[in-house]
Write a protein that binds this ligand. Structure first.
Ligand code: COI
Length: 356
């Protein structure tokens, strides 16, 4: 498809927040990208960059009633020599199409939307923060817009990209977080939508998240929905454990998210000849490792969370304090390497970065 992107620039640019006020997902840049899907015959059309603004939808739009929606999260960085880099954006758009497939949303043209994203970032490039630990978070998403209460696939959709300058996802920053192992609720089951990046998976976790936040935990760790014992993922992160020198992460089994950072960490560990295992790991096995002193480190990985060391895991009445509650050596090395590659300070040995 040959598209050309219509651009309408704002004449009312917003004031940019100070770096120490950023937090996560609180501020949005001056422009956004949009395109529409108006039925099979027309397909995706009318790509445009417009001033950031509210969107107007019919109250019967299917996204409100049946949750037909998918999203992605990726980041852009400004290097010291003023280049703008994206971290593995092709993987995000590929995963968006996998989510689309599962939720029955028509596929997008991955290379076109990457081009559109680059154009949007060029326009709003002054919004990319440069302070350590900051970046421009990119949120592409699709919503079902057909105004119909029939519980069936929408004939119309909108694809939108918004940009948000961000600091760290957790107030703890790179300091270890406390995580609660959830035994009552489950997030997903095999055959369900757990592998798709779709709103319903996050909605399923909100109640558990709210309950444990009130007790001082950053997030919950989900166990599998059938046996209620195999570790799946944390609210907004994949999860890794260093046990007796090996690094173990739950295998992609259809109910957990195929994280871009997860994949990148596995690649770095292989490059460093650190043994890795992608397999089922039960909470009992982890507890045994803790008791025997072989559970050395735990950390979560995600675009928003980057690498987040886990200092404490609470499971039923047990409290597992990992690495004395401090950031482990490997977690710190992974964080420094990954963020160094992302902000252009370290050599991009695995050729991940894409210049805008
Ligand atoms: C991301 O890490 O980009 C995500 O989409 C997780 C979200 C809960 C912030």
């Amino acid at each position: 498809m040959a598209y050309s992107i219509k651009t309408q620039l704002t004449d009312a640019k917003k004031q940019k927040p100070a770096a120490d006020e950023l937090g996560f997902g609180k501020y949005y840049t001056d422009h956004m990208f949009m395109m529409d899907y108006n039925g099979e015959e027309q397909g995706w059309e009318n790509p445009r960059i417009i001033p950031y603004q509210p969107i107007s939808l019919d109250p019967a739009a299917k996204v409100f009633h049946y949750g037909q929606t998918v999203f992605e999260g990726l980041k852009a960085y400004r290097t010291a020599d003023q280049r703008i880099l994206l971290f593995r954006p092709q993987k995000n758009f590929k995963r968006l199409n996998l989510s689309n497939e599962r939720i029955d949303i028509p596929p997008i043209d991955e290379s076109f939307v990457l081009q559109a994203l680059k154009e949007l970032i060029q326009i709003d490039q002054d919004w990319i923060p440069t302070e350590k630990g900051t970046s421009l978070y990119i949120r592409p998403f699709i919503i079902a817009t057909e105004p119909s209460l029939g519980a069936s696939t929408s004939t119309h959709h909108q694809f939108i990209i918004i940009l948000s300058p961000v600091g760290s996802y957790y107030p703890e920053g790179i300091h270890p977080v406390k995580i609660y192992v959830e035994s009552e609720y489950v997030r997903a089951v095999k055959g369900g939508i757990g592998m798709a990046k779709t709103a319903g998976n996050y909605a399923a976790g909100l109640k558990a998240q709210a309950d444990v936040s009130a007790q001082g935990f950053a997030q919950v760790l989900w166990l599998d929905g059938v046996h209620r014992k195999y570790i799946e993922e944390v609210g907004s992160m994949n999860v890794f454990f260093k046990v007796g020198g090996k690094v173990i992460t739950p295998a992609l089994n259809g109910s957990i998210l195929d994280g871009v950072v997860r994949n990148s960490i596995l690649q770095l560990l292989k490059l460093w000849n650190i043994p890795t295992e992608e397999r089922m790991i039960s909470i009992d096995e982890l507890y045994e490792a803790y008791l025997s002193g072989t559970l050395e480190e735990a950390f979560g990985t995600g675009t928003a969370a980057v690498i987040s060391p886990i200092g404490e895991l609470h499971w039923q009445d047990k409290k597992l304090v990992i690495n004395g509650g401090d950031t482990g050596e490997l977690s710190a090395k992974l964080y420094d390497t990954l963020t160094g590659i992302q902000n252009g300070e370290k050599s991009d040995v695995l050729e991940w970065m894409v210049e805008v």
